[in-house]
Design a protein around this ligand. Structure first.
Ligand code: NAD
Ligand code: GLY
Length: 368
């Protein structure tokens, strides 16, 4: 087992990465002061892993209740968080209870948000069960839900007390979801870790084949990157943490336009990252060969790299205008000054962005 730390003074917490963590009480007990625990999961993950976690905790005398969400991004909304509050109240849970998120990013974001709000805040522990959640969403304390008018628009910062990334649970993840997780792994290489990007290029076939040793290395290097960024800019008060949103402004527009759940978050981010690379190339910051490298790696990870046919540049512009990085009405994007070095900038001609959006399904053709 590897242990990393997210260093946030009194809110610092460990990230445990390894096999079969769900049955190791040492990963839970020091962090769960409460005796009343609500495990929030969903109808897909619960039949696979809930019993293990419940057994581990009840054997130690915890009072464990469970609440299952329906499965899907389309249910990541306020109505279903209210269901979590109802469960907590029905079980008469007090402020000294704790929530455990057992699932992917959707369960994690919703459970964390419920923990941030219930009786003005109770503690919560993350057990991410998708690759995406293990390398990104479970770390850093961004929680929340979608609104019909915009992705992740309602939320709160709420750090977990610990993160348990059990690599054994990834065996049951389907290939599409697994690839979506690789998109966020690749993101760290592109924004701030060029050696990691090269390592990913060298090892992408093994990662796609789910080699356990490579996977543990990729998760640890991703989590270390995320932990460093979060420690330096927990609340996204400066532009450091915003770098983690490479591809997300384009990607969130795709997710919202297509209907939540139609494109997976990681798929939309992958295409968004190539759109950001295309714009960076138009600005003279990336060479054609750089964009070709990014495209090759995303395709090798079985990720989509062209936006949906049905989306017009106008639709992109309208949805991107509600992005959380918009300041004083000005759209800001995460772009790459060079490979491994991203910046947040509003310093691009609108015409260049329009060209990227107009490229549509032709995106990236010229780099082949
Ligand atoms: P998800 O939570 O929808 O999980 C993907 C699918 O895999 C679901 O059907 C789920 O039931 C299933 N699943 C989960 N674990 C499984 C397992 N071990 N075996 C089999 N099936 C399993 O999607 P996701 O990709 O994990 O997360 C995407 C969400 O995360 C989005 O809502 C996105 O906005 C959010 N996100 C948040 C942050 C953050 O910092 N908070 C960062 C990135 C993404
Ligand atoms: N996934 C973006 C962040 O955590 O800031």
């Amino acid at each position: 087992m590897q242990t990393l730390t997210v260093s946030l003074n009194e809110r610092s917490y460990p990230i445990f990465i390894g096999e079969s963590l769900l049955t190791q009480i040492a990963c839970f007990a020091p962090y769960l002061k409460a005796k009343q625990i609500l495990i929030v999961s969903n109808v897909t993950v619960a039949p696979l892993y809930l019993a293990q976690v419940k057994t581990t905790l009840t054997a130690q005398g915890y009072l464990v209740e469970t609440h299952l969400l329906p499965d899907g991004e389309q249910y990541k909304d306020l109505a279903h968080v209210e269901g979590v509050f109802t469960a907590l109240l029905e079980h008469r849970f007090n402020r000294d209870c704790a929530l455990i998120a057992l699932g992917g990013g959707v369960v994690g974001d919703m459970t964390g948000f419920a923990a941030a709000c219930y009786q003005r805040g109770v503690s919560f522990l993350q057990i991410p069960t998708t690759l995406l959640a293990q390398v990104d969403s479970s770390v850093g304390g961004k929680t929340g839900v979608n609104h019909p008018l915009g992705k992740n628009m309602i939320g709160a910062f709420k750090q977990p007390v610990a993160v348990l990334a059990d690599t054994s649970v990834l065996d049951t993840l389907n290939d599409r979801e697994y690839a979506a997780g690789l998109a966020e792994v690749i993101k760290y290489g592109l924004i701030r870790d060029l050696p990691f990007l090269s390592w990913l290029e060298d090892n992408i076939q093994g990662l796609v084949a789910r080699d356990k040793v490579l996977l543990a290395e990729a998760i640890a290097r991703s989590c270390q990157n995320k932990a460093d960024v979060v420690a330096a800019d927990e609340l996204e008060a400066n532009d450091l943490r915003a770098l983690l949103n490479l591809g997300h402004t384009f990607g969130h527009a795709i997710e919202t336009a297509m209907g939540y759940g139609v494109w997976l978050h990681g798929e939309a981010v992958a295409t968004g990252m190539l759109m950001a690379a295309d714009l960076s190339w138009r600005l003279g910051w990336l060479a054609e060969a750089d964009v070709a490298r990014i495209k090759k790696l995303l395709l090798a990870a079985n990720l989509p790299v062209t936006p949906p046919d049905s989306m017009t540049p106008e639709q992109f512009m309208s949805l991107m205008a509600v992005d959380k990085k918009v300041l004083a009405g000005k759209l800001r994007l995460v772009l790459m000054k060079s490979l491994g070095h991203a910046v947040v900038t509003a310093d691009f001609p609108l015409a260049a962005l329009e060209q990227t959006l107009a490229a549509g399904t032709q995106l990236g053709r010229s780099y082949d």
